[in-house]
Design a protein around this ligand. Structure first.
Ligand code: EPZ
Length: 430
């Protein structure tokens, strides 16, 4: 299993190109199931989760080509990929495939809307909480689907061959359930109004793509989204937005190590208040024509309390990295996780690097230390893993991060991007 070896202590200086967002690319790829035309997606990151979803979609009959060629491109950053679901050959998403990645459950929406039926295994994914699917099932039922859950599978069917628009209020904000309802309602008969919808930039990116395919969606990015169902959707060409979580992660890495880095292609508007929070903790962040520049503001790292929340609040996907940053702050900070109940697995690993953190329920109290010291640590999920990497960059001496496959799910060419900016970081294969 690969490991990452880091020798900490170097500043980061230079340019880091920001990749296409994993969490935007995945639902966009799934949207290709809605049409028999070709959906061309630009700026798709080269990540394990994208490859896995390509396999899952292939099982349903989706063909793909990368930059016009059929073979996978192993070199190069984010790519343009054509997806074509001319014939859906299977409406079942089996356990072996879905259990590896939660987002693959989302195929339930487009399969049901286009084919009138879907059989999809209950999902797996990062071990960050129980993550039920009740909101998806309630939402699809509101659109007239009959739903059964049997032997670990969700069986969904339309009554008269087509979903029917309706008003649906999410009792809790869910990114995934909003994506699925957008896709399903786009092909439903009549109007759907979604209330308390997720407002994440990835939702807006999907809605824009669906509209380019002929859907009639308004209000994406606000909590009320209206979808006027259409009979069919066509192909389109659409660009994946830059990854806001990768952006925030590298901004925090620079805040920890010092230095000056241009996050090329990054968009500040996608991070909303999170960049301000990172700024309050000691990074100077300025927008430039080609991206966002980050450097230390010279006052050391200041403690800032943070509570995660749906967009535009502080993202849960940056919580672990922010905790990494706070381990070196000049004082105490309080970090509260409100989205997932088990997203503190990085705490004991950060402690191995010398961090002082105490946990009480959903809150972590972090007492900053003057320096972290390198140690062997274990990656437990995607964002937790990268918090260990950035802490390792700032720590004295050597850190090895084990179980690197978590990182490969969501960070494109991490070692290369960081070593180009002066970090001592390498992958060890064993
Ligand atoms: C998306 O997951 C992201 N994944 C997650 O990123 C991210 O952490 C999360 O949104 C929150 O921002 C992708 O976009 C692929 P949710 P999702 O449904 O859609 C509960 C990463 O590291 N809930 O918004 O699965 C759920 O348990 C990943 O890239 C229900 O109760 O998250 C959670 O507490 C990890 N019932 C809350 O809602 C449901 O039916 C929000 O989850 C669905 C969700």
């Amino acid at each position: 299993m690969d490991r990452i070896r880091i020798v900490g202590g170097n500043e980061l200086n230079g340019t880091i190109p920001i990749s296409g967002a994993k969490n935007a690319a995945l639902p966009l790829m799934i949207a290709s199931l809605l049409t028999d035309d070709t959906l061309t997606l630009e700026n798709v990151p080269h990540l394990a989760d994208v490859e896995q979803l390509i396999r899952i979609l292939g099982n349903h009959g989706v063909d793909y080509s990368v930059n016009g060629r059929r073979e996978k491109q192993n070199e190069g950053y984010s790519r343009t990929i054509n997806f074509s679901a001319r014939n859906i050959v299977d409406t079942t998403a089996p356990y072996e495939l879905v259990s590896k990645m939660r987002a693959s459950f989302w195929v339930v929406g487009p399969l049901l809307a286009r084919m009138g039926e879907a059989k999809v295994s209950l999902p797996g994914g990062c071990a960050i909480g129980t993550r039920p699917v009740d909101l998806f099932l309630d939402g699809l039922q509101a659109l007239g689907a009959d739903i059964d859950v049997e032997s670990g599978y969700v069986l969904a069917k339309t009554r008269n061959g087509r979903l029917v628009g309706n008003r649906f209020m999410f009792p809790k904000v869910s990114v995934g359930a909003t994506h699925v309802m957008l896709m399903a309602a786009s092909l439903a008969k009549g109007e759907t109004v979604l209330e308390n919808a997720a407002r994440e930039p990835e939702i807006v990116n999907l809605a824009e793509c669906l509209n380019a395919m002929g859907a009639k969606i308004s209000g994406a990015g606000t909590s009320t989204i209206t979808i006027d169902g259409v009979d069919s959707l066509s192909g389109a060409r659409h660009r994946v937005i830059p990854d806001r979580i990768e952006t925030g992660t590298y901004a925090m890495a620079v805040a920890m190590t010092g230095g000056n880095v241009l996050l090329e292609g990054a968009r500040a508007d996608l991070l909303s208040g999170a960049l301000e929070t990172i700024g309050q903790s000691g990074a100077a962040i300025t927008e430039e024509a080609t991206g966002i520049r980050v450097y230390r503001n010279g006052n050391g790292i200041q403690p800032v309390d943070v509570s995660t929340a749906p967009f535009p609040g502080f993202p849960t996907d940056l919580q672990a990295q922010f905790m990494g940053l706070m381990t070196m702050a000049n004082g105490k900070s309080k970090i509260t996780e409100t989205i997932f109940e088990n997203r503190f697995m990085h705490v004991q690993e950060l402690a191995r690097l010398g961090a002082h953190i105490t946990l009480s329920g959903q809150t972590a109290m972090v007492e900053g230390v003057a320096r972290l010291k390198g140690a062997p640590v274990m990656a437990t999920d995607l964002r937790a893993s990268v918090s260990l990497v950035i802490a390792g960059l700032a720590a004295e001496g050597e850190t090895t991060v084990n179980r690197v496959y978590h990182l490969d799910r969501g960070f494109e060419r991490l070692e290369e991007k960081l070593s180009n900016c002066g970090a001592v970081i390498e992958r060890l294969s064993s």
